[in-house]
Write a protein that binds this ligand. Structure first.
Ligand code: ATP
Ligand code: LTN
Length: 327
């Protein structure tokens, strides 16, 4: 049977945090041996928010190294940089011609990221989802493993695929989102009502995958908690629910069992243990990350782009022909 095709990506817009890992990358690692995979560093998406050129350059390689250190295996998965395959931009334009202003205006990520920007909202931020749809559709992707926040973008991608197929003939596979039940939404340590985000400048907001043990202890020690003293998950306990969720995902111990274990204990003991669980979980990742050689990683990314381009070029050719473009 033909293997399912998987595509996903992370923006090099900052250092990666445990939300990116638990919501996305860790799940890619688990999937990869049963599927054909494309894992992309989506640098062109990162540009929708102003980036410092040196930082963007460094972060692009860091994201690729994070994929590898987390266990993405180049034997099973094609890893590449989005801008190395020009077909992504080309298809994004073609899809933009089929996409409605109303659809893009309804995207919550656009609304969140353009808030308080007045007149200075970048056009790229608005058309971001058409580039994401291009990423996915170029590879005849069946499955897109992402965090909860990307669900709406996936729905738009599906709508565009169907719209194209109806207008120009069966061309694109209509992809399915793959969103985890737990871990799909890790919240900020300083504010459990906001999703953990790498674009958030406050250092106590996220736990970076590369944070050293002391930083992890400090950040978890300072993480906000809920009123009361009970260690339990629930709608009235957003902060504790988030911390318990992280504990569960990094230790494999169920939330019910954790609630039982910490019954009658204070926040201090719970946080101390949680910090050690996170440190131990990240230790092998951090060791592998430190051992990666930048030049070797670059060579791998170039080979990945060559493989991706071969598929993408064929799709673009077909799309253009069907749209009536002289090729
Ligand atoms: P930014 O804040 O710069 O937009 P981000 O931290 O949201 O970035 P992305 O590059 O947009 O990260 O997302 C990469 C992947 O990580 C996506 O699949 C996304 O759904 C997932 N993800 C991001 N934040 C979280 C989170 N807090 N919890 C679970 N998954 C997340
Ligand atoms: N928008 C995504 C990143 C992204 C992506 C993709 C994810 C860009 N292109 C294609 C899956 C498939 C985000 O996480 N912010």
């Amino acid at each position: 049977m033909k293997k399912k095709i998987v595509f996903s990506g992370v923006q090099p817009s900052g250092v990666l945090h445990i939300g990116n890992y638990l919501g996305a990358i860790q799940r890619w690692v688990r999937l990869q041996s049963q599927t054909t995979n494309y894992f992309c560093v989506v640098d062109l998406h990162a540009l929708t928010i102003r980036q410092d050129p040196e930082e963007l350059h460094a972060n692009t390689l860091r994201v690729a190294k994070t994929y590898l250190a987390a266990g993405i295996d180049p034997q099973h998965s094609t890893i590449f940089i989005q801008s190395h395959v020009k077909e992504h931009c080309e298809l994004a334009w073609l899809l933009a011609t089929l996409c409605y202003m109303g659809e893009l205006s309804r995207m919550t990520q656009f609304k969140d990221k353009s808030r308080n920007k007045g007149e200075n909202i970048g056009v790229g931020l608005f058309t971001y989802p058409t580039l994401m749809a291009a990423d996915i559709l170029l590879y005849h992707t069946d499955l897109v493993p992402v965090g909860e926040d990307q669900k709406q973008h996936l729905e738009l991608t599906r709508d565009l695929a169907v719209r194209f197929n109806n207008a120009f003939g069966e061309t694109f596979v209509v992809p399915e989102p793959l969103i985890g039940e737990v871990g799909a939404r890790i919240m900020g340590l300083d504010d459990p009502t906001r999703k953990m985000s790498k674009s958030e400048p406050k250092p106590g907001h996220y736990l970076a995958l590369t944070d050293p043990p002391d930083a992890i202890r400090k950040k978890i020690g300072r993480a906000v908690t809920d009123s009361g003293t009970e260690i339990r998950a629930g709608a009235d306990k957003p902060a504790l629910s988030n911390l318990l969720n992280i504990y569960h995902l990094m230790s494999g111990i169920s939330i019910a069992e954790l609630e039982e274990r910490y019954r009658g204990q204070g926040y201090a003991a719970f946080k101390r243990d949680l910090a050690e669980v996170v440190i131990e979980h990240l230790r092998p990742f951090q060791e592998r990350y430190a051992a990666l050689d930048d030049a070797e990683v670059m060579a791998l990314l170039r080979a990945g782009a060559d493989r991706a381009r071969a598929v993408a070029a064929e799709t673009i050719q077909q799309v253009k022909e069907r749209m009536g473009i002289v090729v």
